[in-house]
Design a protein around this ligand. Sequence first.
Ligand SMILES: Cc1ncc(C[n+]2csc(CCOP(=O)(O)OP(=O)(O)O)c2C)c(N)n1
Ligand SMILES: [Mg+2]
Length: 324
Amino acid sequence: MTRENRMALYRSMKLIREFEERCLAMAIAGEIDGGIHPYIGQEAVAVGICANLTERDGITSTHRGHGHVLAKGAEPRRLLAELLGTLEGFNKGRGGSMHAADMKLGILGANGIVGAGGAIASGAAWAAKARGDSEVVVSFFGDGAMSQGVLLEAFNLAAIWSLPVLFVCENNQYATSLKLEAGLAGGATRRAEGFGLVSRSVDGMDVEAVESAAAELLEGVRAGRGPAFLECRTYRFFGHHSVLELLGVEFRDPDEVALWRTKDPIPLLGDQLGEDVVAGIDAAVKETIDEAVEFAKNAPSPDPKDALMYLYAGATAVRPGVIL
Ligand SMILES: Cc1ncc(C[n+]2csc(CCOP(=O)(O)OP(=O)(O)O)c2C)c(N)n1
Ligand SMILES: [Mg+2]
């Protein structure tokens, strides 16, 4: 990997970190309705995977999705405007934190329903294959989704129809407060192998390792050899949701959290780039996020009379409660 590539990976991870730190503070201050699920700690996964994707490739995301959306190329100011429920958001404020989508960038939607993105990814991959297009679709989901029936059905259909999907399990070892071993029998990669998916597991705190594992698997997916599965072993540095941070509730052992914080992917890569390079990127990223906050806070809110608009494709609200 070239120095320029490493700098791009560092910049993208730092952008997500800065965005999420700012959002977490805003959510705790009550400035983001509904709060957020912070992605802090897991940046190497989104960035390492998306470094292999073109704009035409698709992704499906999760309730913890800001990192995926930013790594796929979304503008931070438009994402923050979405989180604040304003008209400048990608979805005019209708989606919010858990449902940010931008079809032009191949962001087929974050999703508050655990595991649901896998089925959407398989459907989009089926459509790409039917059209004869060369795009691939990446589906991000957590370890908790591995026990959702819909995801296992998506594995099955993707395998039997040989669809161009890469399933990425972000194993941060917890589903809310449920530890992995208490909720997942058989192990993630072994389950995926059971469906005939080419499966690998990688250190999700090492962005270069994630990038190269994904590159290898996506080569087969793009060549039409069928779907693949990548488990990224990672950790979230904060609680499941901002409201738990607000209340000071932490289900995990503080020593375990402290240990994983020593594996932070950002300084790990930054140390290779040198202090001056890091300082330059950090300052530019901070400026971008400062500007995004300013932009989003000044963006207009939707008019309550338009509340029923954009709920259905091609539909128009003629008066409250009546959709044509
Ligand atoms: C179908 C469904 N069941 C339950 C929930 C409630 N819920 C929201 S996040 C979450 C935990 C998901 O854990 P995981 O998939 O590991 O993702 P992580 O939060 O660790 O990123 C649960 C159970 C939901 N949103 N959807
Ligand atoms: Mg999890």
